[in-house]
Design a protein around this ligand. Sequence first.
Ligand code: A3D
Length: 320
Amino acid sequence: MARSKIALIGAGQIGGTLAHLAGLKELGDVVLFDIADGVPQGKGLDIAESAPVDGFDAKFSGASDYAAIEGADVVIVTAGVPRKPGMSRDDLIGINLKVMEAVGNGIKQYAPDAFVICITNPLDAMVWALQKFSGLPPHKIVGMAGVLDSARFRHFLAEEFGVSVEDVTAFVLGGHGDDMVPLVRYSTVAGVPLPDLVKLGWTTQEKLDAMVERTRKGGGEIVNLLKTGSAFYAPAASAIAMAESYLRDKKRVLPCAAHLSGQYGIDGLFIGVPIVIGAGGVERVLEVEFNADEKAMFDKSIASVKGLIEACKGVNASLA
Ligand code: A3D
């Protein structure tokens, strides 16, 4: 069977890391696309030259013409600009919406059958706009945010409890903003929910609340440390987990920004919810029950996403 083809639109910090991880996991041949001449070619060659050392077989090429993504099975989009200190994700709308229009047209023309993962911020609005610009069926396009947000929460929890990250599961829903919704009732250590661990004295409610807050601000914490851009290792690892679930039909249950058509009482928005990713793309949306507090947090997060969509419609009349 021929190798899968993975197109990475944007060969910056995340794009380069995605290419390297895709190679190490032998997910398929990789095309890096970027408007910065030489960068996708240079990164592609550099990674190809690491393959003999690490022992993986994959082709890497760089391009600045959309024809190069023709027939891609998976497209991962990071094109655009990241945050700098003092910027919110929402400050990126104007520039990144124009980029999504160009990317959407490229996908429509050359890779209309691909499974597309959007990472560009502000995520929930950009994945919504990219679906409109590309015309992809809604079950073939998702946004990466929940896997990263829950990975951050899992890291903090594993450190606090002194246990393996592998045995910590976390559940983070809603938009990818400071009002995302980490659900402690559905987050566990080896199946034991966090509120029970507070009762058992493994941590205190105050410490748990602080970890939830740190998760919400996790992206900003890295931006403030790096000063020149935003996180890229964990975001790339998260998107690769999603791509792998599609390409290998693993049917993993992952929190992603998925198109909702009535689930959770929402119609026509991309919102972070648990979904099953398999060969069919988004194969299923898992709906969980909220208590009153969780519902209030979720509603607040939805309101922020709606605000971003309205802002996009204001910037680009074709989206209205
Ligand atoms: P960066 O290293 O700047 O890479 C972006 C790349 O996009 C650069 O190489 C640009 O040359 C390229 N680019 C710009 N315009 C175009 C275009 N029209 N067509 C093709 N390529 C273009 O950024 P990064 O890789 O660190 O981050 C990429 C995006 O991901 C940003 O929008 C970040 O805010 C976002 N991000 C999202 C998350 C989420 O969890 C959702 C996390 C981290 C970063």
